[in-house]
Write a protein that binds this ligand. Structure first.
Ligand SMILES: [Zn+2]
Length: 371
């Protein structure tokens, strides 16, 4: 999904950098170098790398917390906007999501406190540390404030930040998971709008963050609806034949629109396999028949109106792939066959309803990508 190069392994987890990540030190070196000289440029690049070191440790915090719950991490990728740890599956309980989400910022708290204690014992003490900020002061002083910034930024209660997951997991302890997600996504959207408004006053970076948060909130709400799908993919056990209707009506290819229009609307079926003899040649949608009827094409036949580019599904095809294919092609139903010919009809509506019922029973889960 993110690509990039592996730069090493930490605790057995592959750490990768995205190519665009290399732009950042290059831009910083270029802009600082041109005004303040080579040594300042080197210092600035080292500082950027130190921050990203802290980001890697932050991601490692998520990954190791997930590991405690038996969830592996595929890899940690560094992007210019931060890091992403890709968990192999979602935690099943809100408490697990909470712990995993908090573990990242907790690492930055530990780093900041370590710097504070370390320099507090030194000759200049903590005072000089507290006088510096992210942009000026000693190297450790700036790193201290960068970590404080990481904690605050990541704990903003908005997806995709950790704070958004914290909010969702806490809400999910009190209400169904999808509703908790909707609430958390709504909070994120409000925050995105606020960021955007403040950004319009003159901070383009905030506008960018606003867009980022806005899209992540939408994505999160949608992903949760797709979740059962993901679980089924992993299980890989549900097949087209499990959900197909075995009772269905077919239409001969020569049937006339005037005849079809008389009985099709009364049936509890929207799509009809069209047969030529015993052979399946297409699918006919009831609305196509009623439209043809309305425009006076009474004498056309099923063969004229049917869709021919219909893939036939096998009884033991994976349900999810079939469903995805139907979504992609905008098909209402697909014929299901086995060696003996047509055996069933799989409607998208039926699969969708079944997924919704799964949703209601399914245990909480979370998005895989942990910032
Ligand atoms: Zn995080």
């Amino acid at each position: 999904m993110f690509g990039g190069w592996e730069i090493g392994k930490l605790a057995g987890i592959s750490v990768r950098i995205h190519w665009s990540f290399l732009l950042l030190p290059a831009i910083v070196a270029g802009s600082v170098g041109s005004t303040a000289g080579a040594q300042a440029a080197l210092g600035a690049v080292l500082f950027i790398l130190a921050i990203f070191g802290c980001v890697v440790l932050h991601e490692l915090g998520h990954a190791l917390a997930a590991r405690r719950f038996g969830i592996g991490t595929q890899d940690i990728t560094l992007l210019p906007i931060g890091g992403v740890a890709r968990l192999q599956r979602m935690p099943r309980q809100p408490l697990q999501e909470l712990v995993i989400a908090v573990a990242g910022p907790a690492v930055n708290v530990v780093i900041a406190v370590s710097i504070l204690i370390g320099t507090g014992l030194g000759p200049n003490g903590a005072a000089t540390l507290l006088e510096s900020n992210v942009l000026s002061g000693s190297f450790l002083g700036r790193l201290f404030w960068a970590n404080v910034g990481l904690v605050i930024f990541n704990l903003l209660p908005a997806f995709p930040m950790d704070g958004g997951r914290v909010l969702r997991s806490v809400l999910a302890m009190m209400m169904p998971y999808t509703r908790a997600t909707d609430w958390a996504a709504a909070v994120a959207t409000v925050m995105a709008v606020l960021f955007g408004l403040v950004g319009l006053l003159g901070n383009p970076l905030l506008i960018l963050i606003a867009l980022f948060v806005f899209m992540a909130a939408r994505g999160e709400a949608m992903m949760v609806r797709m979740q059962p799908e993901a679980d089924i993919v992993q299980a890989g056990v549900v097949q087209a034949g499990d959900l197909m209707q075995q009772q269905f009506l077919t239409v001969p290819s020569y049937a006339r629109v005037s005849d079809l229009a008389a009985w099709m609307p009364r049936m509890n079926q929207r799509d009809f396999p069209v047969l030529e003899g015993q052979r399946l040649v297409g699918m006919l949608r009831d609305t196509d028949v009623s439209m043809a009827m309305a425009s006076g094409q009474r004498d056309r036949t099923a063969a004229d109106l049917m869709r021919r580019d219909i893939p036939t599904v096998l009884r033991n095809d994976a349900l999810l792939e079939t469903y995805t294919e139907m979504e992609r092609k905008g098909l209402g139903s697909l014929p299901v066959a086995d060696a003996g010919g047509l055996v069933g009809l799989l409607s998208r509506e039926r699969v969708r309803r079944w997924m919704e019922s799964l949703q209601k029973q399914s245990s909480p889960s979370m998005a895989r990508s942990q910032l």
